[in-house]
Design a protein around this ligand. Sequence first.
Ligand code: HEM
Length: 306
Amino acid sequence: MDALESEETPVAPAEPAEPPPLVAAPAVDAPESKEPPAAPVEPLQLLGQPAVDALERSESPAATVEPVPPPVATVLRFDLHQRLQHGLLASSFVLLVVTGWPLAAHSAKASASAAIVALFGGIERCSGIHRIAAIVMVIASLYHLAYLAVLASRRGLSASMLPSPGDLRNLGQNLLFFVGKRGERPKFPRFSYFEKFDYWAVFWGVAIMVGSGLVRWFPVEATGIFPPWVYEIAHYAHADEALLAALAIFIWHFYNVHLRPGVFPMSRVFLTGRLTLEQLQEEHGAEYEELMRARAQAEAKAKEGG
Ligand code: HEM
């Protein structure tokens, strides 16, 4: 789940833990330093004289020292808190899909189901783990709602995740690009239409899965509250939405995030939370241009002042 982020887009070099937030003067070229340049130090000097002697004695032509690449400027898109929420939701989802598979009656005898049942040590265990993962998913979802409420109360919620008319325009431009009628991909803003879709689809998906799952979990209580056909519907809704959600995540989401050209085989943003400026320009061209404009303005202002 992509989380709504606050208005600030911190930009920093890859190495330091948390960069200062970007407000008016983006520190895009953070690798630059005001310190006077230090005298060059040979890497082997850091290891001491024995290492230098050992290298001099070596006759192997392969004993060369690799140059250290310069630090790369990056943009924070997913802070640690958001990455943990995403990790909790993603891991509970995968567990629910895997343990739900053999619970679906139509596939109970299939070989994939048999392998999953054997892996978890029996169908009862699958059912039990399914319920534990369901509790984790409910906690992750409620936590995210509370997180949004806290951000809203601090006025830290950005509108950049809300659907907008620009998304429809980008969708049209992207389709034209896919069929070869447009030379380049559209310049996406901070969140593209497919990222927004991924985020908002989780809300109704979780609502249906949790609602129908609770009815299946507590059938006596549920039929005491609702008419009996609700239990029937919950059965089909749970199984069908499970299939839809699994296909949406493993095909649509995985393709857009990990498997598309330029990113394949895997994006690391869900782990590091960061995009390089080059990736930002490629994947969120409109946001990149906005960032560069803000940076140029900040630099011009700084020159005027000093
Ligand atoms: C996206 C997440 C989920 C997926 C992919 C999923 C998948 C499945 C599947 C495929 C089945 C078997 C089909 C059926 O019998 O209807 C199932 C059964 C079940 N699910 Fe889920 N489920 C998810 C979330 C949940 C949640 C959130 C709950 C509870 C709050 C839940 C509770 C149950 C229960 C109680 C059963 C019946 C278990 C049994 O027969 O032992 N599921 N689930």
